[in-house]
Design a binder for this molecule. Structure first.
Ligand code: FES
Length: 172
């Protein structure tokens, strides 16, 4: 996933200063930093602590408490897999199991890997589940071969074109 600016302390300082006057500024500040840089750099922690007049431990606690925040640069690819009710009824949990079985990928585990599969709850594509989102591309009727093709780096549009149940790999 592209689109993030490289870490820049001056830009971070400006973002923090602009939002620090808000009531309950911690979360807006953290979200703004992550939207800008893709993660919360450790160098931002003292900036935030100073601006919000809280301890560094409190800032770090907030970053680690919420699963949404990353402490390192985002992986090259994030697949958001819907696991809400309608997609469950259409088999999304078997995709989760297949990821673990054939690729050793644990959903929602953020390691150093360049691919992360994250749980989301409803992408508004319930009738065409299981659904997933890669970048801004919504994918419907996802099955194991398509999901593995996405894991291999296939373009979402290419995966979308594959007939359901298509075996083999999609070209990147
Ligand atoms: S439940 Fe999966 S898209 Fe709505």
């Amino acid at each position: 996933m592209g689109g993030y600016a490289p870490w820049n302390a001056d830009v971070a300082q400006q973002l923090v200063a602009r939002l620090s006057g808000l009531e309950g500024a911690m979360l807006p500040v953290l979200h703004a930093l992550q939207e800008e840089f893709g993660y919360i750099d450790s160098a931002a922690v003292p900036l935030i602590a100073d601006a919000l007049n809280v301890s560094r431990a409190e800032v770090h606690g907030a970053i680690t408490f919420y699963d949404d925040f990353r402490e390192g640069p985002p992986p090259a690819r994030i697949i958001k897999l819907c696991r809400a009710e309608a997609c469950q009824a259409l088999g999304c949990e078997s995709l989760v199991a297949e990821l673990a079985r054939s690729r050793g990928i644990v959903v929602d585990q953020h390691g150093a890997a360049d691919l992360v599969v994250e749980t989301v709850y409803c992408l508004g594509n319930c009738a065409l589940g299981p659904a997933a989102l890669v970048g801004d591309q919504l994918i419907g009727r996802l099955d194991a071969p398509r999901l593995m093709a996405l894991c291999d780096g296939a373009a979402p549009a290419r995966v979308q074109e594959l007939p359901p149940g298509a075996a083999g790999r999609a070209a990147p």
